[in-house]
Design a protein around this ligand. Structure first.
Ligand code: G3P
Ligand code: CA
Length: 252
């Protein structure tokens, strides 16, 4: 599903389905990840957190309130409690019975079939999460070379650094919210010592910043495009990939 796009007309822009094809199916569920594969996204993005009893689960918010029929913090609930929740009905009745997936089952079901962009979500709430994520990746031999289409990223840059030291051959990404609007070359240089991607909020990106990121030998996959206009603007800036809720926007 890689398309010919970009400034020079000869670069492939990677299509990353945000939380799965979350415009079409409930985010961070097997249904949304299957849909992403069906829609020929190159990667899908997942958010990883940890339950009270130390299991890695795939969910975006730090509470289960918005995307399940339960309530409470992910870190205060045991895995069995989270697993019993319905993670699909909030989106549409046809998705009733979708579960909160584990990180391991996503790797087992989708590795090799598609790329997986793994976000460590609020890792400061879950001491030791980097080691657990690394263990699951290593168990499946996905850590030996950078071409296995597994990438780890976070807004918490200490966590990215820690993960990179545990998984030196796995590409890593620094996520940057609007507070990084005035990121300096010195800061980019520092990120480039451990990160392969600088993935900013799309509204922060200019063609000048794309060039500065590239000059540090990093790639950039901005988030989260939801309209054709946003996708077209980012393509015009020469980004390397686009994180989107609607993977078909990149195919038009
Ligand atoms: O992949 C980047 C993007 O997912 C970051 O924002 O809030 O959707 O996790 P958020
Ligand atoms: Ca995310």
């Amino acid at each position: 599903a890689q398309k010919i796009h970009g400034k020079g007309g000869n670069s492939k822009t990677i299509n990353i389905a945000h939380r799965g094809a979350s415009g079409y199916a409930p985010e961070n569920t097997i249904a949304a990840f299957r849909k992403a594969v069906q829609m020929r996204a190159d990667y899908f993005e997942i958010d990883v957190q940890m339950t009270k009893d130390g299991k890695l689960v795939v969910i975006h918010d730090t509470t289960v309130d918005r995307t399940t029929n339960g309530t409470g913090k992910v870190g205060n609930l045991k895995f069995d409690e989270i697993r019993s929740l319905d993670a699909g009905s909030w989106f549409a009745p046809e998705y009733a019975g979708e579960k909160v997936p584990t990180f391991g089952e996503i790797l087992d079901q989708f590795r090799g079939r598609t790329g997986i962009l793994i976000e460590l979500k609020s890792p400061e709430l879950y001491p030791g999460i980097e080691e657990k994520v690394a263990k699951e990746i290593k168990k499946r031999n996905l850590h030996h070379n950078p071409h296995q289409r597994i990438i780890v990223q976070s807004f918490n840059h200490d966590s990215v650094q820690k993960s990179k030291s545990l998984l030196p051959n796995v590409p890593h990404g620094v996520l940057a919210g609007m507070n990084w609007k005035n990121v300096t070359d010195v800061q980019l240089q520092q990120f480039a010592t451990y990160a392969d991607y600088f993935n900013p909020n799309q509204n922060l990106l200019t063609s000048e910043l794309v060039d500065r990121i590239h000059s540090k030998n990093m790639k950039t996959w901005p988030y989260t495009a939801r309209t054709q206009e946003q996708v077209d603007r980012l393509l015009g800036l020469g980004v390397d990939g686009i994180i989107t809720d609607f993977p078909d926007l990149l195919q038009k």
